[in-house]
Design a protein around this ligand. Sequence first.
Ligand code: AP5
Length: 205
Amino acid sequence: MKVIFLGAPGSGKGTHATRVKLALDVPHISTGDIFRENIKGGTPLGLLAKSYIDKGALVPDEVVIKIVADRLSREDCKKGFILDGFPRTIRQAEELKKIADIDVVINLVVDDEAIVKRVAGRRMCRCGETYNVAFLNGSNVCAKCGGELYQRDDDKEETVKSRLEVYHKETAPLIDYYRKEGLLKDVDGAQSIDKVYADILKVLQ
Ligand code: AP5
């Protein structure tokens, strides 16, 4: 199955894609994770991406499109994949259409006020786990690997506001784009994590 997770920053795309990939047994491809790995490794791509991500801006289309096209051409994507954070512009969607037949686009709906709260509270572990201070009971340690949790550089309040502006201008038009294609399924992303996950599984059945 070929699935896109669409939604504002902090709407829960990563949280749910991580669970759904196990249910579908397909790779989870997050363009944000690819950039963060490259930033960590100090690669030329990482340096370029960081100059955009730190401002809350989008990495240029031609850079992202090439990365995703390369990734989707790998053997493990033949049976399906979950795209998280791509496409983010109409141009990216048009390019994706040329290389893959998408089965469903899950649009996680969460209002801006809740987004700002969630993203400000997000904490990450180097092992890839994501947490929120609201559920950590004061702990700063990963329950999975014991690593110390940290805040993403682009989760600072000012950057989150820029990311939301960019989302409304560049990415939200994809909602109509995929609705017209008959692929869009809205899921209320403001519910509890387990309820959102259950609704996503219903859509995928
Ligand atoms: P990316 O990493 O894709 O960031 P994003 O889209 O802004 O999404 P986030 O990772 O912030 O949030 P999410 O929706 O995954 O939410 P999460 O599950 O973590 O991209 C980063 C940057 O890279 C971009 O700004 C851009 O510069 C660049 N980039 C990436 N892709 C690009 C592209 N295609 N084109 C151009 N540039 C690109 O959840 C958030 C928090 O909420 C967590 O703490 C979680 O625990 C909590 N939470 C989740 N669900 C719930 C719930 N139901 N109830 C309560 N809390 C919840």
